[in-house]
Design a binder for this molecule. Structure first.
Ligand SMILES: NC(=O)c1ccc[n+]([C@@H]2O[C@H](COP(=O)([O-])OP(=O)(O)OC[C@H]3O[C@@H](n4cnc5c(N)ncnc54)[C@H](OP(=O)(O)O)[C@@H]3O)[C@@H](O)[C@H]2O)c1
Length: 242
């Protein structure tokens, strides 16, 4: 397979790339900074690109489509977590979050769909979240983007059904990744308090390798115990925000 992965430099996206490369697939990664992901495999192609720069993105995507006209799948994964009450966000911050967590995925899908449809096959895998399923306090913007991404994926699945293009949405609970590096909470440290990026990668590879003609529509996966670490205090109330 030839698979394009956005947000490939860290966390879930990186784990997806590593898993695909280990399984012998060609992988094209998009992110801003690949300094943290050596990606020395000759089947790995890294493209430094700021997906939140929506003015430049269409041209950059056009070039990528021209360079990779025969992709088998795209994993639309790039995203950041920003949490707080709505009034804590500036208008610029609101726009930046929606630009990256929602609109960039719409742009990437828009750019690649014509060639996938023409080929009569292909697979779009979107990384949603628990936050696509229930709204939580301090998560209004993050939830808004993920709910919208879920609606987008559902509509696209219906729209693509007759074309041979499959659409899958994966909704993880708390994954132990650099996502939390700048946040004031993180999943608990015990192995059953968090999902590993490799767990999400395994689910994505399962979806990608299913028999053509079948689709894993939507997958929710959670840590067995929902424990949130707020620094000094831990909460087992299951009120995850991601
Ligand atoms: N961690 C969780 O608990 C969790 C749970 C549910 C869903 N998710 C979702 O999973 C996805 C991946 O998160 P993660 O946990 O793997 O976090 P992560 O380790 O922080 O990875 C985020 C990825 O997105 C890329 N990215 C961020 N801003 C970008 C930009 N402007 N342009 C291009 N790439 C950009 C980052 O690369 P650069 O910084 O190099 O650009 C990085 O590769 C996100 O959509 C997140 O919402 C995460």
């Amino acid at each position: 397979m030839r698979v394009l992965v956005t947000g490939a430099s860290s966390g879930i996206g990186r784990a997806v790339c590593e898993r695909l490369l280990a399984d012998g697939h060609r992988t094209i990664g998009l992110a801003r900074d690949f300094g943290k992901f050596p990606g020395e495999d000759r089947r790995f192609e890294a493209h430094p690109i700021d997906l939140a720069d929506l003015d430049r993105l269409p041209t950059q995507l056009q070039n990528l489509v021209a360079a990779h006209p025969a992709l088998d799948a795209l994993v639309l994964n790039a995203g950041v977590g920003r949490f707080g009450t709505l009034e804590q966000f500036s208008y610029g911050q609101i726009r930046a979050l929606i630009d990256l967590n929602l609109t960039s995925h719409v742009f990437v899908a828009r750019a690649f769909l014509p060639t996938l449809k023409k080929a009569g096959r292909g697979h779009l895998v979107f990384i949603g979240s628990e936050a696509a399923l229930a709204g939580t306090a301090q998560g209004s913007l993050y939830c808004a983007a993920k709910f919208a991404l879920r609606g987008f994926a559902q509509a696209l699945r219906a729209e693509c059904a007759r074309t041979g293009v499959r659409v899958t949405l994966v909704n993880p609970g708390m994954v132990q990744s650099p996502f939390f590096d700048e946040l004031d909470f993180r999943p608990g440290p015990a192995p059953d308090n968090h999902i590993l990026p490799a767990d999400v990668a395994a689910v994505i590879v399962q979806a990608l390798t299913m028999r053509a003609g079948t689709v894993l529509d939507e997958i929710n996966l959670s840590p067995q115990k929902k424990v949130i670490d707020f620094g000094q205090k831990s909460s087992g109330d299951g009120q995850s925000r991601v």
